[in-house]
Every structure is written in C-alpha cells, then in structure tokens.
Write a protein that binds this ligand. Structure first.
Ligand code: DC
Length: 218
C-alpha cells in the first residue's frame, strides 16, 4: 500500500491545519491539493478565462508545474504560492474552475506523482476516492457549518484579510453543495475512511487522534 494519509472533507472542517501538523508529527510531506486548485483558478482568472473554457483551463493546468521544495513547501513553477489564493474572491470561484474533467485529470496526475515521490499527508476532496484509492490511511473530516464559518473568519483575520461571518457561512455552504454534487470526483467519504467530526475538538485533539490512528494501524 502507498505511504499516504488521505484527509478529505468539507470546507473548514479543519483538514488543512490538521494535515499540516499531522505531516510534521509523522515526518511526512503535506500535499495541499486545494492549494493547487486555488492556484489554477487564480492563474486562469488572471488570464481572463471563464469556467466553461475547458481547453484553455487544461492548458493553464499544464502550464503549472507543482513540486515540493526541500523543506516540503508546495511550489508552482519553482515559486511559492501567492497569499491571494486564499482570498474570498478565489474561494468563491474555485468550485466553478475546478469542475472540468480534463482539469481534474491534469492536476490529479501531478498530485499522484507528488504523493508517490515520498510519504505524504494528502488533503482535499477526492484524495481517498480518486487520486490515492490505495492509500494506507484514510480520513473524512466534517464539522457543523457555524463552527466552520467561525474558524474560516478567524483564519482570514489572522492573515490580515477582511472577514464577514454571514458571507463566509454562505460561501462554505455553496461550496459544499457544489463540491458534493459535481459530476466528476464529487466529495464523498472514501471506502475505508474513518470519519472524524471536529466540531467539538481542538486542533491538538484532532492531530493526536489522527496520529494515534496512523501509528496503531500501520
Ligand atoms: O481545501 P480548499 O478549501 O482550499 O479547496 C478549495 C477548493 O478546491 C474547494 O472548493 C474544492 C476544490 N478542491 C477539489 O475540488 N478537489 C480537491 N482535491 C481539493 C480541493
């Protein structure tokens, strides 16, 4: 089996923070597939492409070569990913840009290549179902919508961006709906994935639950 931990789940369920710290605790690399879709959306929008221009979007995907720096940072064409990929504007468009099958296939191929290159914690929506169906450990994270919106608002504020709780909650719910109902690789719990509801857990508790499960289920 592949030395990959997959963490899939809805937006704001705590995937990113947990994946980052879990990777550190295990000595694995952190593969943030959402950041790759965000970078693809940002680049496509900058080039003026609309979500239905599939062949142009595929070219954008092929023009972005993702790699890991020696310290594990995810790079696009050798550069750090810009902070802008986390902006509310990109958050509200990414679900539209990441839908096309050819775009997903192009990015999934890169994700797979990165994931087999070294032990990884791969985080996203289709890591356990489509990209790494043979991963050794799989998790599916959820949390109540209000808890998720509060967490996202805090993250944005900490990054110096404006945060409107109501808008964030609405955006999260719209994204959940688009991500779970889209035609190609919709978000769903992978076979064999352990479900973790993080609503009433602290970040430390999430990380210690997952690392205990990984260490005891080799
Ligand atoms: O995890 P995130 O919120 O940064 O992801 C941003 C968007 O990218 C999310 O709305 C859905 C999409 N995504 C996806 O379709 N498949 C993935 N494996 C990861 C993210």
């Amino acid at each position: 089996m592949l030395q990959v931990v997959t963490i899939d789940g809805i937006s704001g369920s705590g995937k990113s923070s947990t994946a980052k710290l879990l990777a550190k605790a295990l000595g694995f690399f952190h593969l943030d597939s959402g950041a790759m879709y965000r970078m693809h959306t940002l680049t496509s929008m900058k080039q003026g492409f609309k979500p239905d221009q599939h062949s142009d979007l595929k070219q954008v995907a092929d023009s972005l070569e993702f790699s890991f720096a020696e310290n594990g940072e995810l790079l696009a064409n050798g550069q750090s990913l810009p902070k802008e990929i986390r902006s509310p504007e990109i958050s509200s468009h990414v679900s539209e840009y990441c839908k096309a099958k050819i775009v997903r296939e192009a990015l999934a191929k890169q994700q797979r290549k990165l994931g087999v290159s070294q032990p990884c914690v791969a985080e996203g929506r289709d890591m356990g179902t489509v990209v790494f169906p043979d991963a050794q450990w799989k998790f599916y994270m959820t949390a109540r919508p209000e808890v998720r919106a509060k967490r996202r608002a805090k993250e944005l504020e900490a990054a110096g961006m404006q945060a409107d709780y109501g808008e964030i909650l609405q955006n999260l719910q719209e994204r959940d709906s688009k991500d779970t109902t889209r035609e190609h690789s919709p978000l769903r719990q992978a076979d064999g994935a352990v479900e973790i509801d993080t609503s009433d857990l602290t970040l430390d508790e999430q990380v210690s639950i997952l690392s205990r499960l990984v260490r005891t289920a080799p």
